[in-house]
Design a protein around this ligand. Structure first.
Ligand SMILES: *Cc1c(COP(=O)(O)O)cnc(C)c1O
Length: 361
């Protein structure tokens, strides 16, 4: 077997131990005589799988009892609509901070249903920083205030001090930083994440929502977009993404075995530091994000020469470092180093970059 170091932004690397466990259980789960894929979602065996996944989410993220954990479909992108439909029912207004493509898309979608106030944006500098805000910039009447916690494409990340100071309910897209670092759930009304970055294969979306926010929806909201329906049916109003939830459970078990999110955060900080330290010392490679807003998970960098970037991407691929090309809207390179990327992968990449720099001076 030959496994590459996969720096993809998503779908991304999964822990080998998880893949091996899934392979061992592929044709028969426990002594059920069937694969999880073949199992009725109404069976007691499957109920145990989804209950275990929820229990692990609650344990690993310290989800308080007054929050509901949902496993939905439609990707993070469906939440762009679900959030205004479920929260935009009082004033019909929401504040958005535009820190990149995903926040922009979320705001655009929300505009179809409610009034969106774009409070701040970092578009002026290609989203290379997180804008400062202060309380006076926010609408006290807003139904919620929306941020993208970690900007997968541009490699920026919210730190404690830039989290909006608003009285409105905070909503955050944590698709690319979920379980990579500790997040205080109590600060937020909704946190959500597509699974394919840090939680498992594509197909499941984790939504954590405070109970008092579930109920009302905008008129015309499709049944499948109502949090209340999914809560009342334990995420099984219809057939859930059964295998994806099982895989998510295996990934969470792996996180728990590693010592939990806090331990992974330490490793992630170490991994990111290795790469950022090199970028800060290199004559050839430069990080594109201001130091104080740098992501632990997605690290974009450039040489400043497009041809050299392309040469680097091609040679990296040949050497077993795949998917290191930057997002099509940004160019350059991007190394996504999610939980499943081992520290050895980052060290090997930096060694490779050093060699490339020496050879291409
Ligand atoms: C990948 C990503 C999305 C889109 O996720 P889908 O599951 O493809 O809809 C949204 N937000 C962030 C921050 C992402 O990284």
């Amino acid at each position: 077997m030959s496994r590459v170091y996969n720096f993809s932004a998503g779908p991304s690397m999964l822990p080998l131990e998880v893949l091996e466990k899934a392979a061992a259980e592929m044709t028969e789960y426990g002594s059920t005589g069937q694969s999880v894929m073949e199992m009725s979602h109404r069976s007691k065996e499957y109920q145990a799988i989804i209950d275990n996944a929820e229990a692990l989410v609650r344990e690993l993220m310290h989800v308080p009892d007054n929050y509901t954990v949902l496993f939905l479909q439609g990707g993070a992108s469906s939440q762009f609509a679900a959030i205004p439909m479920n929260l935009g029912t009082k004033s019909g207004k929401a504040d958005y901070i535009i820190t990149g493509q995903w926040a922009k898309k979320a705001a655009q979608e929300a505009e179809r249903y409610i009034k969106v106030n774009k409070v701040a944006s970092s578009a002026d500098k290609t989203f290379s920083y997180i804008p400062e805000t202060n309380k006076s910039m926010f609408d006290p009447d807003a139904d919620y205030c929306y941020i993208c916690y970690n900007n997968t494409i541009y490699g920026t990340h919210y730190t404690e001090k830039k989290i909006p100071d608003t009285d409105a309910v905070l909503v955050a897209d944590i698709s690319s930083c979920v379980m990579a670092e500790e997040i205080d759930i109590n600060k937020f009304g909704i946190l959500y994440a597509g699974a394919q970055k840090n939680l498992g294969p594509a197909g499941v979306t984790l939504v954590i929502v405070r109970n008092d926010l579930i109920g009302d929806t905008l008129e015309g909201t499709p049944t499948m977009f109502k949090y209340s329906i999914h809560r009342d049916n334990g995420s099984m109003y219809n057939t859930p993404p059964t295998y994806g939830i099982y895989m998510l459970g295996l990934v969470l078990r792996w996180i728990k075995d590693k010592g939990g999110v806090k331990e992974l955060q330490k490793i992630n900080e170490k991994k990111a530091k290795i790469l950022y330290d090199f970028l800060d010392s290199s004559e050839m490679f430069k990080g594109t994000v201001v130091p104080e807003d740098r992501s632990l998970m997605n690290i974009p960098f450039v040489t400043g020469d497009e041809e050299l970037d392309a040469k680097f991407v091609a040679e990296a691929k040949a050497a077993g470092f795949i998917n290191i090309k930057g997002h099509r809207t940004v160019g350059g390179m991007r190394a996504s180093i999610y939980n499943a990327m081992p520290i050895e992968g980052v060290e090997a990449l930096v060694e490779f970059m050093k060699k490339f720099e020496a050879e291409n001076k």
